[in-house]
Ligand binder design. Structure first.
Ligand SMILES: O=C(CO)[C@H](O)[C@H](O)COP(=O)(O)O
Length: 231
């Protein structure tokens, strides 16, 4: 599919999610990534035209905060308010709505905001993100830079090949000042079990497995938009 066609799908999913789930007066968690950005733009558009009012956003990254300001979406911090729900993208979506996130580099803040959201996360994506088993691509793990090599070794012992994410030659640094290890597993049949094991590795701050956090997924394909609600 052409890049334009792909953008149209992302935009359609985000638009449907905002129009279906966001109401006036809500505090909404604002995800990070190209698809989540369309949701921020849609909220801004609807605030401007007056079909929504009093919506405030909790951004999951500096990038999203800047975009929200640009689009006229007022912001509030997580210290002040808990979101009613969060709208965010995903890298892989399993049939039970477990997802992998973080290839866009914001997973720790995204998970904190998602977990703090009363009604969880609405995932927005194009159909290419649906998989039958998570682990097609790498699982991002946000790690403390101190001793990251030892953290990588401990993660490798869980059955993956970790690779330090870099921008050109330098380590990629998250908004929180951390590194990301992209961990390639040969499939992830037990996402909650693996998330628990990763949690026990010192230096691993959070992994990109979001289990039990998505209440719905809004998926756009050329033939139309489908809404999957969690069981
Ligand atoms: O998890 C993320 C950022 O940390 C993104 O939401 C995820 O990578 C999907 O991004 P995109 O919508 O650009 O494909």
């Amino acid at each position: 599919m052409s890049p334009d066609g792909m953008e149209r799908l992302k935009r359609a999913a985000a638009r449907e999610a905002v129009d279906r789930y966001v109401e006036s007066g809500m505090v909404v968690g604002l995800g990070t990534g190209t698809t989540a950005s369309w949701a921020v733009r849609r909220i801004g558009e609807r605030l401007l035209e007056g079909s929504l009012s009093g919506v405030r956003g909790v951004p999951t990254s500096e990038y999203t905060a800047a975009l929200a300001r640009e689009c006229g979406v007022p912001l509030v911090s997580l210290s002040e308010r808990r979101p009613e729900l969060t709208i965010d993208g995903a890298d892989e979506i399993a049939p039970d709505l477990s997802v992998i996130k973080g290839r866009g580099g914001a997973l720790l803040r995204e998970k904190i905001v998602a977990a703090a959201s009363r009604r969880g996360v609405v995932i927005v994506a194009d159909g290419s993100k649906q998989v039958s088993l998570l682990g097609n691509g790498p699982l991002p793990v946000e790690v403390e830079p101190f001793g990251w090599e030892a953290t990588a070794e401990a993660l490798a012992a869980l059955g993956c090949e970790p690779e330090l994410r870099r921008v050109k030659t330098q380590p990629f640094v998250t908004d929180g000042g951390h590194y990301t290890l992209d961990c390639r597993f040969p499939g992830i049949p037990d996402p909650p079990g693996l998330a628990c094991k990763i949690k026990r590795v010192p230096g691993a701050l959070e992994c990109g497995l979001f289990v039990g956090l998505a209440r719905a997924a809004v998926i756009a394909r050329p033939e139309g938009v489908e809404v999957l609600e969690a069981a």
